[in-house]
Design a protein around this ligand. Sequence first.
Ligand SMILES: Nc1ncnc2c1ncn2[C@@H]1O[C@H](COP(=O)(O)OP(=O)(O)O)[C@@H](O)[C@H]1O
Ligand SMILES: [Mg+2]
Length: 285
Amino acid sequence: MIVLFVISMDGSFIARYDEDIIKDELGEYVMDIVLQATGIRKVFGTKSNLVPVLDNIDFNVQEGEIVGIMGPSGAGKTSLLNILATIDKPTSGSVRISGTEITSLSDEPLSEFRREKLGFIFQDYNLLDSLTIRENIMLPMTFSNKFDLTTDVRVTEIAGKLGIETILNRYPYETSGGQKQRTAAARAIIHNPRLVLADEPTGALDSKASMDLLSAFQLMNDEYGTTILMVTHDAFAASYCDRIVFMKDGKLFTELVKGDNDRKSFFDRLVTTLSSLGGGSYDII
Ligand SMILES: Nc1ncnc2c1ncn2[C@@H]1O[C@H](COP(=O)(O)OP(=O)(O)O)[C@@H](O)[C@H]1O
Ligand SMILES: [Mg+2]
């Protein structure tokens, strides 16, 4: 429940708005919750063979957070991310992103919403081989008709920050895995999305390239206020997050918040939590 109190300069009480009024009257301006998922259930299969995969998940992401989802293989992480990413629909439950209920949108407004408000980073980069690195980064602008004279400047600026400015005219096959993934990160934020979703973004990277990508995430978060939700089974990647939620058997069951911890001590706490959970494979370095 979110409640907004409006207090005057001299400290006297003016008004109180509850969650629904905040959403209805003030829209996304005062909403600092980017993602609000409530009662998410997902059942795959048909009548004779129902596979329950997500069981009543409630989950929020605040603006400006980097949130990680961890859990053993088969826990339902990708299924959850796909629902939050508008790629799949839940069997029941509500997903609000930036105040819009996305589960009830039909195909066309949904793809528009996805193009405008979301950015994606996948484990296997998903770059187009026939386009240069610069053209790959520009793609979301082209798709959403936002392409203009400033786009090129923005591409160069973001590429500079992510350390890929020297490869902008190359094709993906002429770059390393780490450079490809930082290209994917640049592409994910070029159109200023409300939320970037990443599924195992360091999964195919060596440790140096992972560290560069995670530093890029941190920079995106610091400089552009990018909100990031990532699934990872790698405690090192997770230690770059502000908060980790743990999943098991389709449920969220605990959460660790970095708070004032530095990255190293958060990493140590994550490793301790993961080893106490057992029953799954995690990369702890
Ligand atoms: N399309 C599908 N049809 C049936 N079962 C599925 C489908 N997708 C995923 N599952 C099942 O859902 C469970 C969770 O899968 P997934 O979300 O990929 O887990 P994770 O990403 O945590 O490894 C697994 O048991 C998987 O076999
Ligand atoms: Mg997965």
